[in-house]
Design a protein around this ligand. Structure first.
Ligand code: SF4
Ligand code: SF4
Length: 336
């Protein structure tokens, strides 16, 4: 049995390791079925997705509509005004073939204007309150990467959950956001628990998170093996030993704070570079010593880092403010 924790004032009892639906968009409709079903079979009872994750919602609807009573469902939209948010809620319901979404979140509050627009008269929050009153959704949450804006957001008292990155590399949420959320009985959903796939030591990374007073962590999964691997950390949970903590912190230090989480928000690139994939290749080349294999595979890339025209569009979109243009120059120098 998977251990459960209460998701703040929603009262929902969710598994402490749950299912992040972002990588669903990387597999085919057919491949998605076994992964989603395996997650439920393994006892996971909370699935999080988003309108922005291309066909992730559709895959959940297609494969899990018949098992809807077995799990709590969360989605989110980047709509900032009332009308667009109302349409997105209806679209989420349709895509996921359900008449009720347990938690609907304001997605990716990145700038002050986002928060202001959402909370203003005619803003997205109004639509979510109406959807809640109409019985289409159960609870309202907020997500983002800016700790200060999320703190401000939850202080309004309008949200039942907050979703934020937290892992051994990104610990900022521990300082003010999580304690405040706890005090206000707001559910704490941990996104990017494995740093978007960068942290290799999964067992230690997840146990580190579970040591903290969070509600649930939602590692993204698109393979059945990942489910088993992620759940093992929760099932055999024990606090990290000093030695394990040291190993994990060494890995965190080696990765550093400015790494690509493969969220894909920066896409599409103006000239067609696959930005996250290019970063992965470069990481494998520099960090994992794949000096022969990577240049060969990189040679097959249709658009290379050297094609970057430094327009900066991608940097506007990256929630982590990564210096993508600078990185492209380095990658062009190393790989072409
Ligand atoms: S700055 Fe470079 S990588 Fe970013 S969108 Fe423009 S061309 Fe693409
Ligand atoms: S560069 Fe930024 S936006 Fe693009 S995938 Fe990486 S973390 Fe996400």
């Amino acid at each position: 049995m998977m251990k459960k924790r209460v998701l703040g004032k929603t009262g929902l009892e969710v598994t402490e390791i749950s299912f992040g639906g972002l990588p669903m968009q990387r597999c085919t409709m057919e491949e998605a079925g076994p992964v989603l079903k395996a997650a439920l079979d393994a006892g996971i009872n909370f699935i999080d997705t988003a309108r922005a994750y291309t066909d992730s919602e559709e895959k959940i609807g297609r494969h899990l509509a018949g098992r809807r009573q077995e799990f709590y469902l969360a989605s989110k939209s980047m709509a900032r005004d009332r009308d667009k948010m109302a349409k997105d809620v209806d679209l989420s319901l349709e895509m996921m073939r359900t008449n009720y979404i347990d938690l609907y979140q304001i997605h990716n509050i990145k700038k002050r204007e986002d928060l202001d627009a959402v909370l203003a008269p005619g803003g997205a929050l109004e639509a979510l309150k109406e959807a809640k009153a109409a019985g289409k959704i159960g609870h309202i949450g907020i997500t983002g990467h800016s700790i200060s804006l999320l703190v401000e957001g939850i202080r309004t008292g309008e949200f039942s959950t907050v979703q934020v990155p937290f892992n051994c590399i990104e610990t900022q949420a521990l300082e003010e956001l999580f304690p405040l959320a706890k005090e206000m009985n707001i559910g704490r959903i941990v996104m990017k628990p494995l740093g978007g796939g960068q942290i290799q030591n999964i067992d230690l990374a997840l146990r580190y998170i579970l040591e903290h007073d969070i509600s649930t962590a939602i590692p993204g999964m698109d393979q059945v093996e990942q489910i088993e691997q992620n759940l093992a950390a929760a099932k055999q949970f024990r606090p990290l030993t000093d030695q394990e903590r040291e190993i994990l912190m060494q890995e965190a230090k080696a990765i550093g704070p400015n790494f690509c989480r493969r969220c894909g928000y920066c896409m599409p690139c103006a000239v067609g570079i696959d930005i996250p994939q290019t970063f992965i290749f470069h990481l494998q080349y520099t960090r994992y010593g794949m000096k022969d294999a990577i240049p060969r595979r990189y040679a097959e890339f249709p658009v290379k880092a050297s094609a970057c025209i430094e327009c900066g569009v991608c940097e506007e979109r990256c929630p982590y403010n990564l210096p993508i243009r600078e990185r492209m120059k380095v990658i062009a120098r190393d790989l072409g």
